[in-house]
Ligand binder design. Structure first.
Ligand SMILES: N[C@@H](CCSC[C@H]1O[C@@H](n2cnc3c(=O)[nH]cnc32)[C@H](O)[C@@H]1O)C(=O)O
Ligand SMILES: [Zn+2]
Length: 431
């Protein structure tokens, strides 16, 4: 066993208290061995300094489309439907596997640099995303997004089978850092039959289902008209609401739908920046939390955010949650810190998000010696309201150091940036 010891810092514990402590990590197992008084811990084989810093669980970006980093700033200021149909889908039709790889690597570098150690991703050319995750050292739950609207029966069926095949092929890859899900895009971009087959395929493969739901009002109405019930009742009938499954957005939910989520144990991934930018609406986050729904936090794709910094997202979640509940006490700092760590980790089903013995050794070290973090009356308040992704010094995932002193060690940042920039320019010219 070789060990890594994160020394000299303060540590955010699972109960959100902060203690002066060191963290000892088993690098081979990728697990935290011990957290405690520096005097009581074994000396590690390697050290990482956290002096003047706060050691936090690596953040978990529980919903996104990493390769869309190539489309950052390509089409802004439009509602979801027009944005997807007029701009995004035509551009995505031109994406090559190499583009997806370049976009995913760019997104991964941005996430590592801002303290994110795991993410959930719905896209296509998933083999390329797997390769990017593998090379980067991050952890991810990946899946092929299925859309069946506008496709004939055979093409629709093939897209569903592709998602099931991808889920089976890559689950457990990258030494177990990659897990998968079957990912039907949404309740309105999928036929009923394809949704049913997705659920069945996921059950057979032993993986969860991840989908977009109740994101816009325009998405709720057609389901009510066609099926006579609210979208999540429809989803429940089709078997989509099950323990371990997770849906993105959940903006337009009524109390009965929230009840269904609680009963089922299906997680909701809140994406506040995307919801604000596309003017989709305000998710009832405080009500979801009160109902005991497991709520995670996601950036969604960089084209609707437009960055992948989960610290920004925490602040957005807190601010928007207060507006939505018309209460300054709603969605407090603790809630958003939990959302981006344990909430996201539980919702996507990974053993990360906590600094305690036995948990995945996924950590970020945040430099608190900054003017905008002075004084530090309450470190949890700072994480929610004042820290920026660029304050992260080191990032560790699965016991490996992915970034040290703001230098990414697993991917070549300059090369990734240049390749992504060039490919994005060529892509837009083709589209
Ligand atoms: N197999 C499908 C691709 C689905 S991947 C997932 C899709 O979700 C899209 N997407 C990104 N953000 C959102 C969102 O907020 N709501 C719904 N879809 C989104 C994204 O552009 C991508 O096309 C096909 O061939 O078209
Ligand atoms: Zn999305």
């Amino acid at each position: 066993m070789t060990t890594l010891r994160i020394t000299g810092g303060r540590v955010l514990l699972p109960d959100l208290t902060v203690e002066r402590a060191d963290v000892l990590v088993d690098r081979e197992a990728g697990e935290i061995l011990a957290v405690g008084d520096p005097e009581d811990l074994a000396n590690g084989d390697e050290h990482l300094s956290a002096a003047g810093s706060l050691v936090i669980p690596g953040l978990v970006n529980a919903h996104g489309h990493a390769a869309m980093a190539l489309l950052r700033g390509y089409a802004d200021d439009k509602p979801l439907d027009a944005w997807l149909q007029e701009d995004i889908w035509p551009a995505e039709a031109e994406l090559t596997p190499e583009d997806v790889r370049a976009g995913a690597e760019l997104a991964i570098i941005e996430m590592i640099k801002s303290g994110t150690t795991a993410f959930a991703d719905m896209y296509f050319e998933v083999g390329e995303i797997v390769a990017a995750v593998e090379a980067s050292g991050m952890r991810a739950r990946l899946g092929h997004g299925i859309v069946t609207v506008g496709k004939d029966e055979e093409a629709a069926r093939a897209d569903v089978e592709e998602s099931i095949r991808v889920a089976r092929e890559f689950d457990g890859s990258a030494e177990g850092r990659i897990s998968t899900a079957v990912m039907p895009h949404s309740l309105t971009t999928m036929s009923e039959e394809s949704l049913v087959r997705s659920v069945e395929g996921a059950r057979e493969a032993g993986v969860p289902v991840h989908f977009h739901a109740n994101e816009t009002r325009e998405e709720v109405e057609p389901i009510v008209e066609e099926h006579g019930v609210r979208p999540l009742k429809y989803a429940d009938r089709l078997g989509l609401l099950e323990e371990g499954n997770f849906l993105a957005h959940g903006v337009h939910l009524d109390e009965r739908e929230i009840g269904l989520l609680t009963e089922a144990g299906t997680g909701v991934i809140h994406c506040p920046a995307s919801n604000m930018k596309l003017a989709s609406g305000m998710a009832p986050v405080q009500r979801l939390l009160d109902a005991g729904v497991s709520v995670g936090l996601g950036t969604d794709g960089a084209a609707s955010n437009n960055d992948l910094d989960l610290f920004d997202e925490m602040r957005d979640a807190a601010m928007l949650g207060k507006l939505a509940a018309d209460s300054a006490a709603a969605v407090p700092a603790e809630a958003v810190v939990e959302m981006s760590t344990t909430g996201s980790a539980e919702a996507i089903g990974i053993g990360s998000g906590k600094i305690e013995a036995g948990a995945n050794a996924d950590l970020a070290v945040v430099d608190f010696e900054k003017p905008h973090l002075t004084p530090a009356h309450d470190p949890v308040s700072h994480l929610a309201y004042a820290v920026r992704g660029s304050d992260v010094r080191h990032t560790v995932c699965d016991g490996e150091v992915l970034m040290c002193d703001q230098e990414v060690l697993t991917l070549d940042e300059k090369e990734v940036r240049e390749t992504a920039g060039r490919r994005a320019t060529e892509l837009v010219e083709r589209a």
